[in-house]
Design a protein around this ligand. Structure first.
Ligand SMILES: [Mg+2]
Length: 316
């Protein structure tokens, strides 16, 4: 394994100090790593816009022989559709290298509780994941009108969310159904600083009414990182998690033992020691995050490109 070494010449705008020293991680530069896992919303794209420099970073990493994968909390699309969208934006991606929380949901619930009856508050992709894993679905109407109580309630992004769905989910959880959320990200970032309420907003509504918090299927919990690592085939210490959410990407990546790179595109005070993310910046919760320190912070994909473009420092 290469000793910690910094690029011979630091790229302009590089953060001062040594991320390797700060973290205690032996990897000194992103270029030393073997694998890279990228968050999608706010990292590769924002709404329909490709993040500037994202395609160039991935092209360069592949030129360098690095393994590249993607990990998203977004529960509205399957891995196959996400991969198609990446390719449409000029980023080569196989579905097998994309991990989405919707696809993980069905198998994850089966691993915890076996096959059961599930009330899904979420997208068709999430419902398909639940069915494919061998569960059966219970509808919100069946809960409210027939008194059927599911074994599990799973919340994801649901653009058709309404009061009766909220009621059914809260009643089911209050009566003992296991409660899961694909993620607890409060917002889905869009172009121009706009946003949509995310899964976390829906899950929080159910949790408040039910009096119970959900277990999280996606980031920052370890299973999704372990699945992404399994597909890359690289060890955690030789793999980076690149994302814009200190709470989901950085905290989760660190817990899974990865080298973490925070994309602080807005420069809105999400950096080490800043204590919080600004409103609307990234997919973080906006809660205090003083302990979430990335191994490296970059202000954009162009800066990450500079880091991986500089040859590693020769051994002394
Ligand atoms: Mg994100």
């Amino acid at each position: 394994m290469r000793e910690s070494g910094f690029p011979a010449g630091l790229p302009a705008g590089s953060p001062p100090g040594s991320p390797g020293t700060r973290s205690g991680n032996r990897v000194g530069s992103p270029r030393d790593l073997d694998g890279f896992i990228f968050d999608l919303d706010g990292c590769i794209w924002t709404g329909e816009d490709l993040v500037p420099g994202a395609r160039e970073v991935i092209d360069r990493l592949r030129d360098l022989g690095k393994r590249v994968g993607f990990l998203t909390n977004n529960s509205t699309q399957s891995a196959r559709k996400v991969a198609t969208r990446l390719r449409r934006m000029g980023i080569p991606a196989a579905a097998g290298m994309v991990v989405v929380s919707a696809d993980l949901a069905g198998p994850y619930l089966a691993s915890r509780h076996g096959h059961g009856k599930v009330l899904v508050i979420g997208s068709p992709a999430l419902r398909r994941s639940i069915l494919r894993a061998g569960h059966t679905l219970v509808s919100w109407r069946e809960v409210l009108e027939e008194g059927r109580i599911p074994d599990m309630v799973t919340a994801g992004m649901d653009v058709g969310f309404h009061y009766r769905k909220l009621t059914a989910a809260a009643v089911a959880v209050a009566r003992g159904a296991f409660f899961y959320a694909c993620n607890v990200d409060p917002r889905l970032p869009l172009e121009g600083g706009r946003f949509l309420p995310g899964t976390g907003s829906i899950a929080r509504a159910i949790a408040v009414a039910a009096g119970a918090d959900p277990a999280i299927i996606g980031k920052p919990e370890p299973p999704c990182f372990l699945e992404a690592l399994r597909r890359l085939g690289t060890p955690p210490a030789r793999t980076a998690m690149v994302g814009d959410s200190p709470r989901s990407d950085i905290a989760g990546g660190r817990r899974a033992g990865l080298f973490t790179i925070l994309l602080d595109a807005g420069g809105a005070g999400m950096g080490p020691g800043s204590g919080s993310s600004g409103p609307g910046s990234g997919t973080g919760t906006g809660q205090a995050e003083g302990e979430v320190i990335p191994h490296l912070r970059v202000q954009g994909m162009d800066e990450l490109l500079a880091w991986i473009s500089v040859p590693a420092h020769p051994r002394i």
